[in-house]
Design a protein around this ligand. Structure first.
Ligand SMILES: [Zn+2]
Length: 100
């Protein structure tokens, strides 16, 4: 039997997500433009788990950046909403975690 999440758990997860996003934007503001470009060049379309090149596949019209070495996948920011449409409850909780 799976444990039901406490109703406040999603609220605090969202607060944590917003806090982390704010910290990332503050850190980004402190980095030089050259350093940001260097990071993007180094990591663009690379797997965050193993570093392999990501390949884009289209599933149900939605691009998914897939690593064929370790199996990880990177979704664009609105992909979960596109996959789930108007589905509610758990899906909305997951979507809220990724909103800033
Ligand atoms: Zn990988």
């Amino acid at each position: 039997m799976t444990k039901q999440p406490h109703p406040e758990e999603g609220y605090f997860s969202k607060l944590d997500s917003e806090k982390r996003h704010k910290m990332a934007m503050e850190r980004r503001a402190k980095l030089a433009k050259e350093e940001l470009e260097k990071l993007k060049e180094l990591h663009y379309m690379r797997c965050g788990t193993c570093g392999w090149e990501l390949e884009t596949i289209i599933y149900r019209g939605i691009p998914i950046h897939k690593c064929f070495q370790c199996g990880s996948a990177l979704l664009e920011s609105d992909a979960i909403e596109k996959f789930c449409g108007k589905d509610t409850t758990v899906v909305e909780s997951v979507i809220d975690l990724f909103r800033f």
